[in-house]
Design a protein around this ligand. Sequence first.
Ligand code: PLP
Ligand code: CA
Length: 304
Amino acid sequence: FGFKGCQKIRGPQIRSLLEAKDFFLFDCDGVIWHGEKAITGAAKVVSALIRQGKNVVFVTNNCTRPRENYVHKFYRLGFTDVMLEQIFSSSYCSALYLRDVVKVRGQVFVIGCDGLRRELLEAGIPCVEEADDPDATIYNCALAPDVKAVLVGHDDKLTFLKLAKASCYLRDPDCLFLATDNDPWHPLSGGRILPGSGSLTAALEVASGRKATVIGKPSRFMFECISSQFTGLDPAQCLMVGDRLEVDMLFGSNCGLDTMLTLTGVSQIEEAQEYRNSDLTTNHSLVPDYVVDTIADFLPAFEE
Ligand code: PLP
Ligand code: CA
């Protein structure tokens, strides 16, 4: 009581947990890989689970590539049995949301990388074309008349003009305000960080006085996308494995899944313990049920 969760597990405990679950959701960066480098043993774990007939899906907040690119990336990093149907990215789920939930009519103004736009176009969602006019400013540029949604994601070519245009479109209360994810930042090597989509969304929230609807983790919508494609999915049979308490563990809690923190990424076990010991009960949704050093700790469980 009061101290549930954060259980560091190994050997036989991992084996019984893997036996008890039949559906595994893996976050990508910090769990499966670091950027372009696979985490040692991760590919073996994924193959072994699939060989045992377990369902495995990947839930990533990285919106910068379409799903096909992820299939290639998995292959390149040694995950040779991962298919398109197993990949749930915040860009793919944003496309599903716009197409199937809000059934957007009109165009979408996208702040994001080309990969995000490509994912939307693939789902048949028209995006505003950005004119490459170096003289365009917010004073003289044309605004599209039929923008029904602004979607914000990670954009490494963000300009003041894009932010300004998005702010103008959001003056219309009928124009939806969506964010692929709300991640604050991402670790890079050498102590550098990459500001995440959340930092751009925050700028637009201030400029518009509105709050964005978040599609990616920790929002439940990603799990609804998975449920709609895997019929009979039972949350009690699922394990969500991630490296970030505020994103992955909260996502799992929001969806009623058991959660596991792996220590190969952003969050440390001490932070999880602090949340667990906190008097603020909302913090308890950030506490993992289980903790492992790395998903490579699963490997002995596959040995006879
Ligand atoms: N978005 C961007 C732009 C990233 O670079 C990353 C991680 O590298 C993420 C999101 C987080 O991805 P994940 O949810 O797989 O940890
Ligand atoms: Ca992660």
